[in-house]
Design a protein around this ligand. Structure first.
Ligand SMILES: Nc1ncnc2c1ncn2[C@@H]1O[C@H](COP(=O)(O)OP(=O)(O)OP(=O)(O)O)[C@@H](O)[C@H]1O
Ligand SMILES: [Mg+2]
Length: 291
């Protein structure tokens, strides 16, 4: 076997073990024999970072969309990312979630998991949840059924055919419903929810899978002011239990939820600090906030 094939084999084995571990987290001893006991939800954060990007580059037809990007996020942190259109914010999320492969650079989940070695579904199974801008709930199903499906899908297709919710999972759905303010709408068809409620339901579908890290791309776009306020409250309750990366253009929303803000421009970090600090930065005013 060539070294490449051996590496590929080792990667596949590791991915298989990860998936199995994700399926059997309650099984205790069943994981004991794994050669590399990486268990979903047990990301090594002893170095104080849940996500670490170093010198990441990606070009599309010669255009440098990500250009020497360095960024790290602490466990439980709620990090806000702002920056002009085309800065590379969505592309950065594509790289973290395995949708886009960078040309070069380092991308780690915790201090041991090299994300560049895994596929998009494997990365999701490891505990990185992603929310795209447009809500993608199943409109014809009820709120409850959407959440149930999120748990099933997470179990993999074969497992989902045999899957019945156990008491713990029902409790989990109840907890999520409460968190996303939809406990009164359990039997409601998702298609009848408001835009904001659909966004919350989709966040709930991610939460049902108990992600360690949540990536949220423009979560309050199109929401009413009231929905935006409630979303800010929701994110503040998620902080600490999960790590969050939130991309938004809505500055009053950022002001409500943010601790540390990263400004992306031309594919790399232009400034980092509190919102007040970056808002006072001349370069940020020049490229993004305007005078
Ligand atoms: N798959 C792709 N192929 C070609 N170009 C791409 C691809 N993905 C992104 N780009 C380009 O990379 C640049 C960065 O895009 P990206 O969507 O990451 O920006 P953004 O910061 O999310 O902007 P916005 O605030 O408008 O959402 C843009 O110029 C975009 O056209
Ligand atoms: Mg974008």
């Amino acid at each position: 076997m060539t070294p490449d094939l051996m590496q590929e084999g080792a990667d596949r084995l590791a991915a298989y073990q990860l998936r199995e571990a994700a399926l059997h987290t309650e099984s205790g001893g069943r994981n004991a024999s794994l050669a590399r006991p990486v268990i979903a939800g047990e990301v090594d954060v002893t170095h104080g970072r849940i996500l670490y990007l170093e010198d990441v580059h990606v070009s599309f037809d010669g255009f440098k969309a990500i250009n020497g990007l360095n960024l790290d996020i602490a466990p439980g942190e709620l990090r806000c990312i702002i920056g002009p259109n085309g800065a590379g914010k969505t592309t950065m999320m594509d790289i973290i979630t395995g949708k886009t492969r960078p040309d070069s650079g380092t991308v780690f989940f915790g201090s041991t998991i090299d994300l560049l070695r895994y596929s998009e579904p494997e990365i999701a199974a490891m505990g990185i949840g992603r929310k795209f801008q447009k809500p993608t709930v199943f409109e014809e199903l009820t709120v409850f059924e959407n959440l149930e499906l999120a748990l099933k899908t997470h179990k993999g297709i074969a497992a989902s055919m045999l899957f019945k919710l156990n008491g713990e999972q029902k409790d989990r759905i109840g907890e999520v419903l409460h968190t996303i303010h939809l406990a009164d709408s359990v039997t409601r068809q998702a298609g009848l929810l408001s835009h904001g409620q659909k966004q919350w339901l989709e966040i709930g579908m991610l939460l049902a899978q108990e992600p360690r890290l949540l990536l949220l791309d423009e979560p309050v776009a199109g929401m009413t002011d009231e929905e935006t306020v409630r979303t800010a409250e929701l994110f503040l309750t998620l902080k600490g239990k999960h790590s969050l990366m939130v991309v938004e253009h809505d500055m009053s929303f950022i002001d409500t939820i943010s601790e540390k803000v990263t400004v992306l421009c031309d594919g790399s970090v232009l400034a980092e600090g509190t919102l007040a600090q970056v808002q006072a930065d001349e370069r940020v005013i020049e490229v993004y906030l305007g005078r």
